[in-house]
Design a protein around this ligand. Structure first.
Ligand code: FAD
Length: 407
C-alpha cells in the first residue's frame, strides 16, 4: 500500500511548525510530507519593521527553509500554489505542475486590508512580507537620493497609517533607525518628518489607558507627529488625503491598517466565512475529514461570537495540534481538540522600549523590550534550537536570501 501523502501549503509560522512537529511525530516511512512555499525562505513577520528600516541584517529576519527542515523527513518545494482541486485531491502550482495529497494543510497566511480606500493598493507600501518590507527600505533610500537633487521636503516625510501594534512598531523603528540611515546617506535628520495617522482617538486603542499614555508619550518624545481620530480618504503617489481637509505631501505611505485572510483560497470550493476558511475544534476544515487549516487564513471560533485573532501566537499553538491530528487520522486514532491559551502581547517601540501585557502584568520600557526579545528568541529556539539563535545573532551562516528591490 502506498504511503499517505501529507501536503502543507505555506511555510510561515503555522506551516513550518506543522512540518517540524510532523518530523517528530511520524514514524520512519509512515507518510510522505511535502512543504510548499513560494519563496525558499521563512521570515519573521513579527520583525518585518526592522527590514523596512534596515536595522536588522537579512539573515536575522529571513531563513533558508531547506536549512530549517530535515530533508530526510520533509520534501520542500519552492513553488507558488495557484489552486487546489478538492475532488481529485490535487494541488496546482504556478507553472503547471500538480501535487497529489491525501491530507492537506492550508496555512497560506494573510493579505493586506485596504478597506477599499482609493490609491492605497497602488501607492502605499505594506509591511506584509520580507519582500514588501525590503521595498520600504529601498523606497526610503531612493527618496533620500532624489532629495539631494530637488530638495523636495515630501521625500523626507514618512507617513505611517495605523496605530495598532504593527504601526507603533514601525514608528519606533523609524525613529531608531533613521538617524543612522540619514548619516550614511548624507541627509539632515532634522529635515525628516514621521507622521502617524490613526482613525481611532488614540494609538493601540484596545489597550489599557496607562499603556496608551505611555506609548503616546514615547512617540511624541521621539518627534513622531500623531494625528488621531482622523481617517485616510485617499492616497496618491504624491500625497495622503485625510478627513477635515488635511493633506500630507509624501512619497512614502507605510500601510499597517490591518490584514485579512489570503483570498487565494476563496475559489477552491472550500467553505468561506468572513473571508477565511472555517475550521472545527480539531482544526479540520468544516465538514472535511482530510483538509486542515490554521493561522491567518483560517477562522477558529473561540466562542459563539468571537474568532481567534490573526496572530503568530495562535498559528504557533495550532501547529502541533494540527500535526497530531493528521497523525491520529492516519493511525485511525481519536483527534485532539485545540484550545488556545493567550500568553500576552508585546509590541516594541524601537530597541529600548516596548508596551504590552503578559499574563496579568502590564509591560513597558526596557523590561518590555527585553521581554519582546525573549519571545522572539524562544520562537527561534523552537524552530531551530540554540544553533539557529547563534546563527541569527552572530552571523555564522551565509546570507540565505537574495531579494532585490521591487519598486
Ligand atoms: C508587521 C507585522 C507584525 C506582527 N507582529 C506580531 C507579533 O508581534 N505577535 C504575533 O503574535 N503576531 C504578529 N503578527 C501577526 C503574525 O505575523 C501572523 O498572524 C502570522 O504570520 C500568521 O502565520 P501564518 O502561518 O498563518 O501565515 P504567514 O506567516 O503569513 O505564512 C504564510 C506563508 O504562505 C506563503 N504563501 C502565501 N501565498 C502562497 C502561495 N500562493 N503559494 C505558496 N506559498 C504562499 C507565504 O510566503 C508565507 O510564507 C504580525 C503581523 C505583521 C504583518
Amino acid at each position: 500500500m502506498s504511503k499517505p501523502k501529507i501536503v502543507i501549503l505555506g511555510a510561515g509560522y503555522g506551516g513550518i511548525m506543522t512540518s517540524k512537529s510532523l518530523e517528530k511525530l511520524l514514524k520512519s516511512g509512515e507518510a510522505d510530507v511535502t512543504l510548499i512555499n513560494k519563496h525558499d525562505y521563512h521570515y519573521l513577520t513579527t520583525q518585518l519593521h526592522k527590514t523596512g528600516v534596515g536595522t536588522a541584517a537579512d539573515r536575522q529576519i529571513a531563513m533558508s527553509i531547506p536549512e530549517l527542515i530535515n530533508p530526510n523527513k520533509t520534501r520542500f518545494l519552492r513553488a507558488a500554489v495557484s489552486s487546489v482541486d478538492i475532488n481529485t485531491q490535487e494541488v496546482h502550482l504556478e507553472g503547471g505542475d500538480t501535487v497529489k495529497y491525501d491530507y492537506l494543510v492550508i496555512a497560506l497566511g494573510f493579505e493586506i486590508e485596504t478597506f477599499g480606500i482609493s490609491g492605497v493598493k497602488e501607492n502605499a507600501f505594506a509591511i506584509r512580507s520580507f519582500r514588501s518590507s525590503k521595498t520600504i527600505y529601498h523606497q526610503i533610500i531612493k527618496q533620500f537620493n532624489l532629495y539631494k537633487e530637488d530638495h523636495d521636503p515630501s521625500r523626507l516625510t514618512i507617513v505611517v497609517a495605523g496605530g495598532g501594534f504593527t504601526g507603533i512598531e514601525m514608528m519606533g523603528e523609524l525613529a531608531d533607525g533613521l538617524p543612522k540611515l540619514c548619516k550614511e546617506h548624507d541627509i539632515p535628520y532634522e529635515k525628516i518628518r514621521i507622521v502617524a495617522i490613526e482613525a481611532a482617538p488614540s494609538v493601540i486603542p484596545f489597550f489599557p489607558k496607562q499603556s496608551i499614555q505611555y506609548t503616546t508619550e514615547i512617540l511624541k518624545k521621539r518627534n513622531i507627529e500623531l494625528i488621531t481620530s482622523t481617517k485616510i480618504l485617499e492616497c496618491t503617489a504624491e500625497k495622503v488625503i485625510l478627513e477635515n481637509n488635511l493633506e500630507i505631501p509624501t512619497k512614502t505611505l507605510i500601510w499597517s491598517c490591518g490584514v485579512k485572510g489570503n483570498s487565494i483560497v476563496h475559489k477552491w470550493g472550500l467553505p468561506i466565512e468572513n473571508g477565511k476558511i472555517p475550521v472545527d475544534s480539531e482544526l479540520r476544515v468544516k465538514n472535511m475529514k482530510n483538509i486542515f487549516s490554521l493561522g491567518d487564513c483560517s477562522l477558529f471560533m473561540k466562542d459563539e461570537k468571537n474568532a481567534l485573532p490573526p496572530t503568530a501566537q495562535v498559528a504557533l499553538q495550532q501547529a502541533p495540534v494540527c500535526a497530531k491530528n493528521i497523525v491520529a487520522s492516519i493511525r485511525g486514532e481519536l483527534l485532539n481538540t485545540f484550545e488556545y491559551h493567550h500568553k500576552g502581547s508585546v509590541a516594541s517601540i524601537g530597541l529600548m522600549a516596548a508596551v504590552g501585557k503578559v499574563g496579568n502584568f502590564r509591560l513597558s520600557g526596557l523590561f518590555g523590550a527585553f521581554m519582546k526579545q525573549v519571545i522572539e528568541a524562544r520562537y527561534l529556539f523552537n524552530l531551530g534550537g540554540p544553533s539557529l539563535i547563534i546563527k541569527q545573532h552572530f552571523g555564522v551562516s551565509r546570507e540565505p536570501v537574495k531579494v532585490t528591490a521591487k519598486q
